[in-house]
Design a protein around this ligand. Structure first.
Ligand SMILES: Nc1ncnc2c1ncn2[C@@H]1O[C@H](COP(=O)(O)OP(=O)(O)OP(=O)(O)O)[C@@H](O)[C@H]1O
Ligand SMILES: [Mg+2]
Length: 247
């Protein structure tokens, strides 16, 4: 069997007294779409930040394709792509400039054709030379996705990619995610749209207060609950974990 694309072993992350991740172990395999679900503050972004090099875990190890994210961080940062939860680019740059600069940052040869093709894919070519502060919220988000792809990452993290994206574009984004997977990219996404996970994910992880409560294939999870909606299964699991279960 192939080694996992991502292996987190006993990862703990503390911010002062706050434990954002607690002894978390998780493997993600090549070619899958893995959805990480959890309430606000559960630790989803923290985990993604530790994997993508924006934060360092306090304990435990993280490997991407066998490379340690602390020891071999130059290698792992090129293997991963991140669509962050928050917009992180300069409002006075244009989409074209942002993608070209990102290529430089990721150490790949400037490739205008690739940038143009990404702008077309994400329906941003009309705005290619506009200040990004003049883009709509959904356009800004699509630019974040394009930006995460300039270096062709093997493992892509989408941290709430569809927040604020309209229904039609959200479906297009889903198709985009499926196409990326078909092209060999492994995908980890977080979302509060449980339906999104139900539609897209091969496996689902549920995290609460820094602890992974469950990791299971979507089909088996739904089957085990007699086809109940994933949203119900999710809410019940979190309530139980919080000791809020009343009936
Ligand atoms: N840089 C930081 N400094 C201190 N505490 C932090 C920092 N980043 C996150 N936290 C805390 O860690 C916990 C987990 O936050 P995180 O952003 O990972 O949650 P999340 O699951 O992504 O939530 P959401 O669904 O709201 O995005 C929260 O209690 C948060 O306040
Ligand atoms: Mg988050």
């Amino acid at each position: 069997m192939k080694p996992p694309v991502l292996r987190c072993s006993h990862v703990t992350k503390r911010y002062g007294n706050l434990t954002a991740l607690e002894d978390l172990s998780l493997e993600v395999y090549e070619g899958e779409i893995f959805a990480l679900l959890g309430p606000n503050g559960a630790g989803k972004s923290t985990l993604i930040h530790c994997i993508t090099g924006l934060a360092k875990q306090t304990e435990g190890t993280i490997e991407v394709l066998g490379f340690d994210t602390l020891r071999d961080f130059r290698t792992t940062r090129r293997l991963v792509g991140l669509v962050p939860q928050e917009i992180n680019y300069d409002p006075f740059f244009t989409p074209m400039e942002i993608l070209m600069i990102q290529m430089g940052l990721m150490g790949v040869e400037p490739d205008r054709e690739r940038v143009e093709s990404l702008l077309r894919t994400f329906a941003l070519d009309e705005k290619r030379d506009a200040y990004t502060r003049t883009l709509s919220g959904g356009m800004k988000r699509r630019l974040l996705v394009a930006k995460s792809l300039v270096h062709r990452p093997r493992l892509l993290f989408l941290d709430e990619p569809s927040a604020g994206v309209d229904v039609e574009l959200r479906r297009e984004l889903w198709q985009e995610v499926k196409d990326l997977r078909a092209a060999g990219t492994t995908i980890v996404l977080t979302t509060h749209y449980i339906e999104e996970a139900e539609q897209l994910a091969d496996r689902i992880g549920i995290i609460n207060k820094g602890e992974l409560l469950l990791v299971e294939g979507r089909d088996s999870l739904l089957e085990r609950h007699n086809g109940r909606p994933l949203e119900d299964i999710f809410v019940e699991l979190i309530r139980r974990a919080d000791g809020r279960y009343v009936t």
